[in-house]
Design a protein around this ligand. Structure first.
Ligand SMILES: Nc1ncnc2c1ncn2[C@@H]1O[C@H](COP(=O)(O)OP(=O)(O)OP(=O)(O)O)[C@@H](O)[C@H]1O
Ligand SMILES: [Mg+2]
Length: 288
C-alpha cells in the first residue's frame, strides 16, 4: 500500500482552535518502517488518525494507492482500505473487553473477515507462535490476568490477525519497562513486508528497526530523514524539541573529534565494542 499525504491540514472542530496539522507532505512506500517523533501536542496522534481514515483532512488529501481518501469516504468505500490497515492506539490493553485472551486476539479478525472457527484458530496459532505465546493458555486466561508486557504483546498480536499491509502504532512502548520495550521491538522487527508507522517518544528503542524518521513540531513536518543520514542531522532534531538517541550523540561527538567509523551504530553495546576494538576505551566501564 502506497500512502501519500498531499498538503494535509487538519483542524479540530473547536471555534478559534489552531491547526493540529498544517501542510503535511510525504509518501510512504510499502514495507517502510517509519518513526514519527515530536513534542507532546505536536500532532502525531492526529496524523495516525488521518492516515487510517478515522478523520478526514480539513485541507489537502491523503491518497492510498493513488485513491483520494476524501472520495473513498464520500462513496463509503473507506472500510475496504481500513481493513488493510492495523492500528494500535496508546495503552490498547485498557480497551480489552473480551472474556478470554483468545477472544481478545480474535476480535478484529472475527469482525472484519468472519472466518470459521478452525480458520481462526490456525491464524491465531500462526500469529502468536513467533511471539512465544501459547494459544492453549490464551484460551484459558482472561486478558486481565496477563502481565503488562504480555497484555501489550497480546494487543499487538491482535492487530496482526487481519494480516494488515500497514501497521500503525501510537506509542507502542509507553509505560513499559526495558524488557517489555525490547519484546515489543523484537515483535515489530519480525514484520518484514509490513509497512510500520510508529509514534514514539523513545526513538532510541527503535533505532535498529526503522529506516526513516519523520519529525512533527507545532503541527508541521520539520524533519524527514532516512537512516543513516540521521547521525548528521541531530541538531535538526534537537532544535525542534526531539531528543536524539544517546548512542548517536556519542558517536557524533567522536566523529567530530576526528574518529572514523565503518558504519553508524544504533545500539550502545555495539558502539562500545567498536570503540574498544579501536582502543579508545579499555573497557566499557570507562564510559561511566
Ligand atoms: N479530540 C480533540 N479535540 C480537540 N483538540 C484536539 C483533539 N485531539 C487533539 N487535539 C489537539 O490537537 C493538537 C495535536 O494533538 P495530538 O494528540 O495529535 O498530539 P500528539 O503529538 O499525539 O501529542 P502526545 O505526544 O501528547 O500524544 C493538540 O493541540 C491537541 O490539544
Ligand atoms: Mg499522541
Amino acid at each position: 500500500m502506497k500512502i501519500e499525504c498531499d498538503k494535509v491540514s487538519f483542524k479540530y472542530d473547536i471555534p478559534g482552535d489552531e491547526w493540529a496539522l498544517k501542510d503535511i507532505d510525504f509518501t510512504i512506500a510499502q514495507g517502510e518502517k517509519i518513526a514519527i517523533v515530536g513534542p507532546a501536542g505536536s500532532g502525531k496522534t492526529t496524523l495516525i488518525q488521518l492516515l487510517d481514515g478515522l478523520i478526514l483532512p480539513t485541507q489537502g488529501d491523503v491518497f492510498i494507492d493513488g485513491k483520494s481518501i476524501k472520495k473513498l469516504a464520500k462513496t463509503r468505500d473507506l472500510p475496504s482500505i481500513r481493513r488493510r490497515i492495523g492500528v494500535l492506539f496508546q495503552f490498547p490493553e485498557q480497551q480489552f473487553f473480551q472474556e478470554t485472551a483468545y477472544d481478545e486476539l480474535a476480535f478484529a479478525f472475527r469482525n472484519f473477515m468472519e472466518p470459521d472457527e478452525s480458520e481462526l484458530f490456525e491464524r491465531a496459532r500462526a500469529v502468536v507462535g513467533p511471539f512465544g505465546m501459547n494459544i492453549d493458555v490464551l484460551r484459558q486466561v482472561s486478558p486481565f490476568q496477563l502481565s503488562s508486557g504480555e497484555k501489550r504483546r497480546l494487543a499487538l498480536a491482535s492487530s496482526l490477525m487481519t494480516r494488515p499491509e500497514v501497521l500503525m502504532l501510537d506509542e507502542p512502548t509507553a509505560g513499559m519497562d526495558a524488557l517489555g520495550r525490547a519484546e515489543v521491538v523484537s515483535m515489530i522487527s519480525l514484520l518484514n513486508d509490513t509497512t510500520v508507522i510508529l509514534v514514539t517518544h523513545n526513538l532510541e528503542d527503535f533505532m535498529t528497526i526503522i529506516d526513516r524518521v519523520i519529525g512533527i513540531s507545532r503541527a508541521k513536518k520539520v524533519v524527514d530523514i532516512r537512516l543513516p543520514e540521521i547521525i548528521d542531522n541531530l541538531d535538526q532534531l534537537e532544535e525542534v524539541g526531539i531528543t536524539p538517541p544517546l548512542v548517536l550523540k556519542v558517536q557524533h561527538w567522536f566523529k567530530q573529534s576526528g574518529m572514523k567509523f565503518d558504519r553508524v551504530y544504533y545500539q550502545m553495546q555495539d558502539l562500545i565494542e567498536f570503540l574498544k576494538s579501536n582502543k579508545y576505551l579499555k573497557s566499557s566501564s570507562d564510559l561511566h
